[in-house]
Design a protein around this ligand. Structure first.
Ligand code: G4P
Length: 526
């Protein structure tokens, strides 16, 4: 096998996703700990009292203890090379998360045992389904009182349509986590706590007799429940998992490092390696084709010391060698990959060579935008990354009008990075662009960055709109006259009609059916 396909076969590229607070940062840390990337939990994403976070480029992240920025962590585990892509941790549905999910081959969905499926969990399940991403589900915080395991399985089946196929089953109810029954070989994995979960939790493997002797009724109950599952067909089937019909389930306590080794093993054993990727025409591009990749995230100002702009690419085919000159399919221009880095939080390491499934951060990437395809030799274009229909709109104004240049530059940069959509309304003019977002948190990020990175404090005035449609120059004048509607133009020239609510839109559609009002992809349906 050639290098690219051979190396790709060893890759597992995934993201951990969850509703905020389910334990994503804690699990990320625990995974890094197991893979010996870090020596102590708390080094990657520590919150207050757990050491410094690596993703604290922005003061705001520090203040809120969340990670908005995202990058990738690569580590070796068994014979595999694991790429863990970081996703933003904030509460809104975020386009950023969606973009990261275009770059992974699998996702780990964390569910809080006490809370079950939450709003964001449901959206993320839907996004993965939409993109055909196989999901491994981890029921976290089993060390704390929570729901019954069987009830959680029912909830997953009923609300997501995915058949849960537990690989492990908890011994001891939520709050009394003793270990797990490994359903594949019937063994018992008994956990031992370490102080504060800061080091790898020792795991003792026992056979069924020893487990019964040690755990008594808790073991018997686990066995009985596991048999119930078997009878209901909740057994892992690799094809159904990859087809997105089932989700393997593991039980864990990320904070005590319980079940983390099982998750890594499951990723290596079951998660799919990178596969041939269809281009914009639907033609699969072979892993062994010459180098090609696409930009899934652009980010600037992560560090006040480095005012650079980074573009993160996911390699689809071929071998990346630092220094190679690639072509940007969106404009045919060359891009020299002189500075290529692996970036996870504060750590940056130069990358010399990378393979399909890997993520490379390209420095000085002001010419690259989200969705751009890069290639060498034969031209390739991968499908564009979906832009979601904005649901929140606000006018942005420079607080200090003498800083108009900084204001303009900041707006252009944020728009280019996809932090917010920047629309222009004839009614308001160039000096008062309208920021359009899917989640209102994006306003906060934009405001913060405008002030701290571009030296332009802005004021934000919320607009009463919530629905957007694509229209055209012919329909626009008539729509502009309607009640509760306004016309705005996107930087790509697309004309948007925005409405206060769906009733305003519906009234117009009914009264004037000749108008062009095409829906955009809604985040809810994603
Ligand atoms: P997120 O990134 O998904 O938002 O979640 P994060 O890891 O920050 O975890 C949210 C809270 O849940 C943290 O508590 C964390 O310690 C706790 N947590 C994570 N995994 C587990 C687990 O398996 N069991 C238990 N009992 N708790 C867990 P916090 O009070 O917000 O922060 P901290 O002071 O504990 O660091």
């Amino acid at each position: 096998m050639s290098t690219a396909a051979g190396e790709a076969a060893r890759r597992r590229t995934f993201a951990v996703i969850s509703h905020p607070d389910a334990g994503k940062s804690t699990l990320t840390e625990a995974l890094a700990l197991h893979a010996h990337v870090i020596g102590r939990a708390g080094a990657v994403h520590g919150k207050a009292g757990r050491g410094a976070t690596v993703s604290d480029w922005m003061d705001m992240e520090k203040a809120r203890g969340i990670s908005i920025t995202s990058a990738a962590l690569q580590f070796a585990y068994r014979d595999a090379v694991v790429n863990l892509l970081d996703t933003p941790g904030h509460a809104d549905f975020s386009e950023d998360t969606y973009r990261v999910l275009t770059a992974v081959d699998a996702a780990v969905m964390l569910v809080d045992a006490a809370k079950g499926l939450e709003t964001q969990t449901m959206k993320l399940f839907a996004v993965c389904k939409h993109r055909g991403i196989p999901i491994i589900t981890v029921i976290n915080k089993w060390d704390r009182p929570g729901n019954e395991a069987l009830a959680l399985m029912d909830e997953i089946a009923e609300r997501t349509g995915l058949q849960p196929t537990p690989l492990t089953w908890p011994v001891g109810i939520a709050g009394d986590f003793r270990g797990v029954l490994d359903r594949r070989d019937g063994s018992y994995r008994h956990f031992t706590r370490t102080a504060g979960g800061a080091t790898i939790a020792p795991e003792e493997v026992m056979d069924a007799d020893a487990a019964l002797a040690q755990e008594g009724d808790a073991w018997t109950t686990a066995l009985e429940e596991s048999e119930l599952l078997e009878a209901s067909g909740a057994e892992h089937d690799q094809e159904l998992f990859l087809a997105g019909a089932t989700t393997p389930v593991l039980f864990a306590s990320a904070v005590s490092n319980f079940g983390v080794a099982a998750l890594l093993d499951t990723l290596v054993d079951l998660a799919p390696p990178p596969a041939d990727r269809p281009d914009a025409d639907g033609k699969p591009r072979a892993l062994d084709d010459p180098f090609s990749a696409f930009v899934f995230k652009v980010q600037a100002g992560m560090d006040t010391g480095h005012r650079d702009r980074l573009a993160y690419i996911r390699i689809c085919t071929g071998v990346f060698e630092r220094g190679m000159v690639v072509t940007n399919a969106s404009n045919g221009r060359p891009f020299a990959t002189k500075y290529a880095q692996q970036v996870f939080g504060r750590d940056r390491e130069t990358i010399e060579t990378a393979y399909p499934g890997d993520v490379v951060g390209l420095v000085n990437a002001s010419a690259l935008g989200v969705g751009d395809t890069l290639y060498v030799d034969a031209p390739v274009t991968y499908p564009p990354i979906t832009t979601f229909a904005p649901e929140h709109f606000a006018v942005a104004r420079a607080a200090d009008t003498s800083k108009y240049k900084q204001f303009r530059k900041g707006m252009d940069t944020l728009a280019g990075e996809g932090v917010v959509q920047v629309l222009v309304s004839e009614r308001r003019g160039d000096g008062a662009p309208v920021l359009a977002v899917v989640g209102p948190m994006q306003f906060e990020v934009a405001t913060h960055r405008m002030e701290h990175e571009f030296g332009s404090r802005i004021s934000i005035e919320m607009l009463p709109y919530s629905v957007a449609r694509i229209t055209d120059a012919e329909s626009a004048p008539e729509i502009a006259k309607a009640r509760g509607a306004e016309i705005m133009t996107r930087p790509d020239g697309e004309v948007l009609a925005v409405f206060t609510d769906k009733w305003a839109l519906r009234a117009l559609e009914q009264n004037k059916p000749h108008l062009t009002l095409t829906p955009l992809v809604a985040a809810q349906l994603a």
